[in-house]
Design a protein around this ligand. Structure first.
Ligand SMILES: [Mg+2]
Length: 337
């Protein structure tokens, strides 16, 4: 059973016509009616030592910041404003109190920066290392929420920021490659301390231009496949249009590795992925520059079901390959590739 099959199995237990429930499993957040003017957005994420982070190079304060940012990224992906959070921490007995205090300080600093309040949680003993789970609650006007299911053939596919920097940064950190060289800092920081795109998410929602949106946590190949599946469409992505691909080549030249792998299949970037009508480009570029963030068109929504990557070769010919769901999968079995 892979991650998607597991989620689809869980979804069979949801009662869609539950009073007050607007959206259950299947989007970045669950959506619940708050009052006549607002909806609640609810999301949770878990970090597991040895799976999501390596304490050898992830400082506790940045790890604390990261768990907050990855959760708030899901609120940003639905154009919401983060409001409250609940925190659950499992730690081995005899844990390092200095490490723990720094971890909590990172959580609190990030919370404060995003304007979010810690309102409760739980602590448990866990002999196998740190496990940290966070629930974030956000709010937004119901007509401004952007779901994954609104993409239409002919839409332009956009992403914020750069792709693949977190995966390249992780490769640099794992190799302890030139740890003090500032040239590699943007890559390392994208893995260690990503920023949730709350401001641009809210502006995109308020613009009314965005048909579908989600955040990039598991890599473009998988996350765009989720968005396409929810919308009943396919997509064609241009490798050459992926923002940051030139910078990734510099990392690959230094340490080896594959820029396409990092940009298309690497996860953990927490940028926004969204679609709009093809003629909305100028307005989107203006929204991006008002937030100091690059927004880049990377492809087109098409009829069909597949996500394909088009790569122009040195001789001018085009290579097209299917990349549907080829990103990060927590439960992928070896025989599934
Ligand atoms: Mg998400």
């Amino acid at each position: 059973m892979n991650e998607r099959q597991l989620i689809e199995y869980l979804t069979t237990f949801i009662t869609p016509d539950t009073k007050g429930l607007i959206r259950g499993i299947g989007d970045d957040c669950a959506v619940i009616q708050k009052d006549d003017h607002l909806v609640w957005l609810l999301t949770m994420d878990t970090l597991v030592e040895g799976v999501h982070f390596d304490a050898a190079f992830h400082s506790p304060d940045k790890l604390g910041r990261k768990i907050v940012s990855v959760n708030i990224s899901d609120i940003a992906a639905m154009a919401g404003k983060p409001m409250f959070m609940l925190l659950s921490i499992g730690m081995p007995a005899g844990f390092d109190a200095t490490w723990f205090k720094s971890f909590v300080r990172g959580i609190m600093d990030a919370c404060h920066e995003y304007g979010c309040q810690l309102i409760g949680g739980d602590t448990v003993a866990n002999p196998n290392g740190l496990v940290c789970s966070l629930t974030v609650i956000g709010e937004v006007a119901p007509d401004l929420v952007v779901y994954r299911h609104g993409a239409r053939p002919g839409d332009t596919v956009w992403v914020s920021g750069s792709l693949g920097f977190a995966a390249a940064g992780l490769a640099l950190l794992q190799r302890t490659f030139e740890p003090h060289n500032r040239r590699w800092q943007p890559f390392r920081e994208q893995h260690l301390d990503p920023v949730a795109r709350v401001e641009v998410g809210q502006k995109l929602g308020a613009s009314g231009l965005v048909h579908a949106m989600m955040d990039l946590s598991d890599g473009l190949a998988t996350d765009l496949a989720h968005l396409c599946r929810q919308s009943g469409v396919g997509a064609k992505i241009s490798f050459q249009a992926l923002p940051g691909i030139g910078a990734l080549k510099e990392v690959a030249d230094a340490i080896g590795g594959d820029p396409e792998e990092w940009a298309v299949r690497g996860g953990d970037d927490y940028e926004l992925l969204f679609t709009t009508a093809a003629d909305a480009g100028d307005q989107l570029l203006a929204i991006g520059s008002s937030c100091g963030l690059q927004l880049s068109p990377v492809g087109t929504i098409v009829a069909g079901r597949e996500v394909t990557l088009i790569r122009t070769q040195a001789d001018g010919t085009q290579e097209e390959k299917v990349i549907t769901y080829q990103g990060f999968d927590h439960f992928r079995e070896k025989d599934e590739g």
